[in-house]
Design a protein around this ligand. Structure first.
Ligand SMILES: C[S@@+](CC[C@H](N)C(=O)[O-])C[C@H]1O[C@@H](n2cnc3c(N)ncnc32)[C@H](O)[C@@H]1O
Length: 267
């Protein structure tokens, strides 16, 4: 049985959209896949799935197809009405439950991954660290919390990944639809809550976005070859001054991941 605990958090706006979370899911399939494959209990939680359970369903389908067929995904919502809506589409391996950041699970099971998207955006910055802590405390060893924000249709997205037992994120990622991108810093309104108010001179996230903009503009000669080539060239340039992770395979997708230290707020 689950331990009886208080539900931690508040019901917030339930805005969601089909396929909105494809960018973070694609990254999770790449970055979190090895630990999910190796997990004894392949349980993944989607925390705060919103007014429709569609993105939880999509996550289940993607993980079942690309990671392991015995994946189990549980959508957790703090709004009981939304839990009922989820339960209407439950199937083997996909279920829905009432809860908050305490991540209540039957038999006190520990998920190998938690995705919490567009949830902390509606909280205060001062609440972020406690929420991270509560969620990561519930992870299985080596598990990950992936917490972030995106626009309504998922074309601009950012997230952090925090490993079980850690107080701080390990990485920060940006993923953008490149075709209509003017500047990388256009992603600023979609930064995770921990960073969105820190995009000001003297903070590292601000310098980083400014440097991305400069590198992007410096490769405008590549416009005729397409935005992907331009993004890859930008990533290669920025790699000379920042410890950019991954390689061209990821960059071609409009992604860029750096260690958290590159953007972490001052205090
Ligand atoms: C904007 S929706 C996000 C929906 C979906 N994850 C997406 O990105 O499209 C935020 C949802 O998180 C839920 N929520 C807020 N705080 C929560 C908490 N502490 N635990 C569980 N759900 C929470 C809200 O009730 C709301 O339905």
């Amino acid at each position: 049985m689950s331990r009886p605990t208080k539900r931690v958090g508040d019901i917030t706006r339930g805005t969601t959209h089909p396929n909105r979370l494809r960018r973070v899911d694609r990254w999770m399939l790449h970055a979190v896949c090895p630990v999910v494959r190796a997990a004894k209990d392949p349980l993944v939680v989607d925390l705060g799935y919103g007014a429709s359970p569609i993105t939880t369903r999509e996550m289940f389908d993607r993980f079942q197809k690309h990671v392991r067929p015995d994946i189990e995904v549980i959508g957790i919502e703090i709004d009981p009405v939304r839990v009922k809506q989820g339960q209407a589409i439950a199937q083997s391996g996909l279920s829905f439950a009432f809860g908050g950041f305490e991540v209540p699970l039957a038999d006190y099971r520990s998920p190998i991954a938690i995705r919490a998207f567009n949830v902390l955006r509606q909280y205060e910055e001062a609440e972020v660290k406690d929420a991270w802590q509560q969620m990561t405390d519930r992870l299985a060893p080596n598990g990950f919390l992936v917490e972030g924000t995106c626009d309504e249709i998922g074309r601009r997205s950012t997230w952090v990944a925090i490993r079980a037992g850690q107080q701080q994120p390990e990485t920060f990622s940006i993923s953008l639809h490149l075709d209509d991108l003017e500047l990388p810093s256009d992603v600023a309104p979609r930064l995770p809550k921990a960073l969105i108010h820190r995009n000001v001179a003297s903070e590292k996230i601000h310098s980083f976005l400014q440097d991305l903009d400069r590198a992007w503009l410096s490769h405008s000669a590549l416009i005729p070859f397409g935005a992907r080539q331009r993004w890859v060239a930008m990533a290669e340039s920025i790699s000379t001054s920042y410890p950019v992770l991954d390689n061209k395979v990821r960059w071609r997708l409009g992604e860029l991941t750096v260690p958290w230290e590159v953007v972490s707020p001052k205090s």
